[in-house]
Design a protein around this ligand. Structure first.
Ligand SMILES: C[C@@](CO)(OP(=O)(O)O)[C@H](O)COP(=O)(O)OP(=O)(O)OC[C@H]1O[C@@H](n2ccc(N)nc2=O)[C@H](O)[C@@H]1O
Ligand SMILES: Nc1ncnc2c1ncn2[C@@H]1O[C@H](COP(=O)(O)OP(=O)(O)O)[C@@H](O)[C@H]1O
Length: 289
């Protein structure tokens, strides 16, 4: 069985407060994009889980979120058969695009199907949060409002067709450090998430993109000014708006015109500001086909 684990971007990202357990309460507008890892899974005769990946620097043992997700379900349902998984990564790692979380979501969906565990999407999402705050969203996909620590999800109407240019500089940002370094009292500008929800309801892409904000962005840009340079390049080359995704460092630009996006992609490649440049579009199917 082959599953696609789709990447996400955060169109809006607000952090409200720190909880007792160290996690933060957030309010985010999430969007799946057509960029994916592949997870091949099959039963094997010997018991246990075996995982391989195409990247030497991604762990292929119990530290991998795919392994964690599969083990969690197989332990709960006392699955005696073995599982073999092959993960082929294309989503940049530690990039703010939920690559690992989405791989874990694919493992939840795949193990549920392969061993006929009969869990509904909601039941999978309830378990998914144990692997990571963004994993329930990666099970759900599409356009969504994420609250709580990211696990309280409301499905939203799909956005009008638009194109997404992804540019990741050659640096990595730790999500944990990004949260630890965030000074909640000195956040200059909170995104207008409610306004964005209205724009999505009205299918008004221009108004929606004009409100895009991410509270992590100023702090991470101070550390890595290249992020600002990539944003500026995208906006100078036709993006309605460009912003950092999640805890960074990936920048995405939203375009209403595919040709313009492709031209901007060429300019970005020539600039050598980004290590990964990928031109794609939003993705709103939810069926894990
Ligand atoms: C920032 C966001 C925005 O979508 O995405 P990424 O940049 O990772 O893609 C998410 O909130 C990332 O969610 P996720 O990557 O699943 O987080 P987890 O693995 O559960 O947590 C990693 C660490 O981040 C911090 N964390 C995470 C989520 C949250 N709501 N509050 C937190 O404080 C915690 O310190 C935790 O130890
Ligand atoms: N399946 C996986 N894919 C990528 N990284 C993984 C995976 N499982 C565990 N990790 C670890 O998690 C860290 C962050 O991964 P990733 O999910 O790509 O970040 P982000 O959520 O910022 O996009 C990596 O440094 C890696 O060591």
């Amino acid at each position: 069985m082959r599953l696609r684990a789709m990447a996400k971007i955060n169109l809006g990202l607000d952090v409200l407060r720190k909880r007792e357990d160290g996690y933060h309460e957030v309010r985010m507008i999430m969007q799946t994009i057509q960029m994916y890892d592949l997870l091949d899974i099959r039963k094997k005769s010997e018991t246990g889980i075996v995982l391989s990946t195409n990247l030497p620097y991604v762990p292929s043992d119990e530290r991998n979120l795919v392994y964690k997700a599969a083990k969690l379900l197989m332990d709960e349902f006392d699955v005696k058969e073995g599982l073999s998984m092959k993960l082929t990564k294309s989503i940049p790692v530690a990039a703010g695009m939920a690559g690992g979380s989405s791989d874990a979501a694919a493992a939840f969906v795949g193990v549920n199907r392969l061993f006929r565990l009969g869990l509904s999407e909601e039941e999978l999402m309830k378990r998914a949060v144990q692997v990571g705050a963004d994993v329930p969203y990666c099970v759900m996909r599409g356009t969504a409002l994420a609250e709580g620590i990211g696990e309280k999800l409301t499905s939203l109407p799909g956005l009008p067709r638009c194109y997404v240019l992804v540019g990741k500089p050659g640096i990595n940002v730790s999500t944990k450090l990004a949260y630890d370094n965030l000074k909640l009292d000195s956040i200059q500008k909170h995104p207008d998430i409610d306004g964005m929800l209205r724009d999505i309801e009205n299918q008004d892409l221009k108004s929606l993109t004009s409100k895009m904000e991410n509270v992590f962005e100023p702090g991470i840009i101070r550390q890595y000014p290249v992020i600002q340079e990539i944003k500026d390049l995208m906006e100078a080359n036709g993006a309605l708006k460009a912003m950092m995704s999640g805890s960074g460092p990936t920048v995405f630009g939203i375009f209403d015109d595919r040709a313009k996006m492709r031209e901007a992609a060429e300019v970005l490649k020539q600039s050598h500001l980004a290590k990964t440049v990928f031109a794609t579009q939003i993705y709103n199917r939810k069926d894990h086909a």
